[in-house]
Design a protein around this ligand. Structure first.
Ligand SMILES: NC(=O)c1ccc[n+]([C@@H]2O[C@H](COP(=O)([O-])OP(=O)(O)OC[C@H]3O[C@@H](n4cnc5c(N)ncnc54)[C@H](OP(=O)(O)O)[C@@H]3O)[C@@H](O)[C@H]2O)c1
Length: 278
């Protein structure tokens, strides 16, 4: 079942949402993309993840059409690009995103990845935006544990509610330290690219687990990412059949046997590895 995760600072978000990378790139696909997001919302995936980067703002425009008339149901997440993330640059980027999204407030605003501007400046801007009511909560993306620990010490750091990172069966490094560290502080991990952007190759073990539950290997991969209490997975699907499959994945309960089979096929790293990105 899709359920709400409550983080520190009172952010509430469903543990399964909808990604939008590669949406908004092509006018001909606009209607289908809006329909996919609307279907996701109908099926209870009430979080949409987007970014000013995606299609140069085009994905935010798709989101605007998908949430029209139902803004209050949806947790809207967007991101500022690192090269815009100075204090003034973040304030301006947020205004542009608000206009494209046609909303008065972004529920969760993230720094897309660590860049040239000191994080301190970005956090200061996030604090201003929260005070102005233009964002509800803020967080980071692609921050490894050492970077997140440093950010946590800065003014505004203790109000970081999420770190959005690459996490899937083939990218398990974050399980060693980052996920537990965030769990112990009530910070959400948003797992991006749960299907390795569609390049994911399941193999025999995952197919066997999928057959036991009468579901697809992709659904198992998603259910597996959702097994942590503090993980929000944000698969992207433009095809309606994929949206339906992803929503159903939240119903799958993996057994100890399933998890052991998965561990053998996709072993977690035995030592700390740097955060991977896509
Ligand atoms: N913070 C960051 O730096 C960062 C980086 C990457 C992504 N993200 C976010 O995370 C979201 C998800 O990641 P992603 O888009 O990179 O990749 P993804 O979700 O791993 O993969 C998307 C691909 O998987 C296909 N797919 C979706 N559901 C499926 C299913 N049930 N069975 C089989 N195939 C399925 C999609 O096909 P169709 O579209 O044809 O349905 C699409 O080709 C992004 O959209 C974005 O919002 C954030």
């Amino acid at each position: 079942m899709v359920y709400d995760i409550r983080t520190r600072s009172g952010a509430v978000m469903p543990n399964l949402g909808l990604g939008t990378w590669r949406m908004g790139e092509n006018e001909a696909a606009h209607r289908e993309e809006v329909a996919a997001l609307k279907l996701g919302l109908d099926l209870g995936l009430r979080l949409i993840d987007t970014a000013e980067m995606y299609a140069d703002g085009g994905a935010e425009r798709v989101v605007a059409d998908a949430i029209e008339g139902r803004r209050e149901e949806v947790v809207v997440v967007s991101k500022v690009l690192p090269h815009n993330a100075s204090h003034a640059g973040t304030l301006a980027a947020c205004e542009r995103s608000l206009a494209r999204l046609r909303v008065e407030r972004i529920d969760l605003y993230l720094l897309h990845w660590p860049g040239e501007h000191p994080v301190e400046e970005t956090l200061r801007a996030f604090t201003t935006l929260a005070e102005q009511g233009k964002i509800r909560h803020y967080g980071l993306s692609n921050f490894d544990l050492d970077e997140l620990t440093r950010a946590e010490q800065l003014p505004g750091g203790p109000r970081i509610v999420a770190d959005q990172v690459l996490y899937n069966l083939e990218r398990r490094g974050v399980e060693r330290r980052l996920i537990p560290w965030c769990a112990s502080r009530n910070i959400a991990i948003m797992a991006y690219s749960p299907f390795e952007q569609g390049r994911f190759r399941p193999g025999g073990a995952l197919r066997r687990v999928a057959a036991r539950h009468d579901v697809s290997p992709a659904q198992v991969a998603l259910a597996w990412a959702l097994r942590h209490d503090n993980v929000v997975a944000i698969p992207k699907a433009a095809r309606l059949a994929h949206v339906r499959d992803n929503a159903k994945a939240a119903e799958i309960v993996l057994t100890e046997e399933d998890l052991a089979d998965i561990d053998r096929a996709f072993p977690p790293p035995r030592r700390d590895v740097p955060l991977e990105t896509l």
